[in-house]
Design a protein around this ligand. Sequence first.
Ligand SMILES: C[S@@+](CC[C@H](N)C(=O)[O-])C[C@H]1O[C@@H](n2cnc3c(N)ncnc32)[C@H](O)[C@@H]1O
Length: 286
Amino acid sequence: MSRDSAPLADPAIADAADAGANVSPPVPQPPGTVYLVGAGPGDPELLTLKAHRLLRQCDALVYDSLVPKAVLDLVPAGCERHFVGKRRGHHSVPQPSTNAVLVELAGRLGTIVRLKGGDPFLFGRGGEEAAHLAARGIPVQVVPGVTAGIAAPAYAGIPVTHRKAGSSVTFVTGHEEIDKGRAGVDWRGLARSSDGLVIYMGLHNLARIVAELVAGGLAPATPAAVIQQGTVRGQRSLVATLADLAERVEAEGFASPSIVVIGEVVNQRVPLCAPEPADVTMPIPF
Ligand SMILES: C[S@@+](CC[C@H](N)C(=O)[O-])C[C@H]1O[C@@H](n2cnc3c(N)ncnc32)[C@H](O)[C@@H]1O
């Protein structure tokens, strides 16, 4: 495995990057390489060839929820596995602890795969982990993945853009506590500025999101869809209008992980083009 050049560790930069987070132990040189790998949305056939290759040869795997066992089992028998996600009844492993695990592994092993659902840089904290490692001189590379926001609608036959449905789409999180230091999403502004919306983690706040979008000028008759467990066993979806979306989601018991699509693209769906979901289950975090 080739080692990529990386900036030398600079304690001042590392300290600044941490800004209050746990300080990680010094790394013996030369460290291994950490690959921030996108696992895709669930269907193992949506893994990239690069992700597949790295999984087959890694010395350590650091993973969280929303990755099927079939993908985790690609790693070699002797590979160290570290789960850092949310377990039933428990909180997620705090980000500084995950960072520390990656630093420790990089000091001892050659190829570390940090596997994340979908794409690591899209609502996946991949950017934070990359910065943490780079600031310590640890070689790190991102391996983009197929994001759920494109794949889950596709597996319901919904194209996220269409020439008949406008020319813009916005990927947005409905989980607004991700960074309490910043203002929340400007849903009223998005109602006016984006033709389509793909909302991650949107179910919990759905009624409020819909109310804000309508207040921002989006017609209550705007088509919308929800796709739960996209691309894997148990996938299901509904199509509604903005006006009845939240009520339908509640009545039909939709749950995480789900993607919400809002906009005229929903009317452009072609159910016949939707692939069969893969026959694998995905551990769901609660
Ligand atoms: C923390 S975000 C991670 C997104 C991921 N990095 C990506 O690019 O897909 C988790 C959210 O992604 C969405 N999600 C992930 N996998 C999904 C799937 N198979 N079907 C539907 N939604 C999914 C859900 O909204 C879930 O709450």
